[in-house]
Ligand binder design. Structure first.
Ligand code: FES
Length: 274
């Protein structure tokens, strides 16, 4: 991965003053396992989400008003009737534009710039560094001070967009309490949509930017007891942010996959009411 120290430019871990170690790493444990699993997990999600976002089929269950999060909100005239909860301000879209194109860039931006995912892909894809005490292969380290990584500073703005998207997903989950013959209905799809949206909120609220929004820039917590209480709760969730990051990738796929199976008549929704 990295060349011996003698062949390297004297920067980064090979800077003067650093220990002159010729070996790539002195670690003898399986330090590569965690980055490898991260690559596999993230790649699987990206491939699945990309394929599903472009196929334009089986994303809406008309009988029960289930809409997959990958197509929400559906705002163009290409959307199947009923799936556009907020109207169709956009005309027909060519096949190369996903129907969820309005929010997908923001969702992607929110995840990609997330502090946890940064750690994950800096280690597993960017090798900067691959692990603690394992030298990185890059010649220089510039941190997040120049393109493209300076874009990471936009995370706080993606957080606000993610709050709006979570509100939209919440609306979708509520709208989905719809019976086959109209009125109230409740099935396994509702449970899946509801669990998914609760976990999406948990991931969003546990964001580091949310901690700053709720408790940042305060000189005296004692003068702001409500904000202090909210910040405390957000901070508790924040300690589990990595778990929420992974769990919500799983629930997003599960929710989409279940709706795809029902919408394509591969299985029937398990109905409890309506
Ligand atoms: Fe992970 Fe903001 S979403 S830090």
């Amino acid at each position: 991965m990295s060349a011996p120290a003698t062949e390297r430019e004297a920067t980064g871990v090979f800077s003067p003053g650093r220990a002159r170690i010729l070996a790539r790493t002195l670690r003898v444990d399986r330090w590569w396992l965690s980055p490898l699993l991260t690559v596999l997990g993230l790649s699987a999600f990206i491939i699945y989400a990309t394929v599903r976002s472009f196929v334009r089929s089986a994303y809406w269950v008309a009988d029960y008003h289930y809409l997959t999060p990958f197509y929400s909100p559906c705002l163009s005239e290409s959307c199947v009737p009923g799936s556009s909860h907020f109207g169709t301000p956009f005309p027909e879209l060519p096949m190369w534009i996903p129907l969820g194109f309005v929010v997908l860039p923001f969702l992607l931006g929110f995840r990609v710039t997330c502090y946890y995912y940064r750690k994950a892909y800096y280690r597993s894809f960017w090798f900067s560094p691959p692990a603690c005490a394992v030298a990185e292969p890059h010649r220089r380290y510039t941190g997040e001070t120049r393109l493209p990584l300076i874009i990471q500073n936009a995370h706080r703005y993606f957080f606000y967009a993610a709050v709006i998207v979570s509100l939209i997903n919440t609306y979708d989950a509520i709208t989905a309490f719809h019976g086959k013959d109209g009125g109230f209905g409740f099935g396994l799809g509702n449970v899946i949509l509801l669990v998914n949206v609760i976990l999406l909120w948990t991931y969003t609220v546990s964001c580091h930017s949310c901690r700053h929004v709720t408790g940042g820039r305060l000189k005296h917590f004692s003068a702001h007891p409500v904000r202090y209480w909210i910040w405390t709760q957000v901070s508790k969730l924040n300690t589990r942010h990595m778990q929420f990051a992974w769990i919500t990738l799983g629930t997003l796929v599960l929710t989409d996959f279940y709706i795809m199976l029902v919408a394509s008549n591969t299985i029937s929704d398990l109905r409890f009411v309506g």
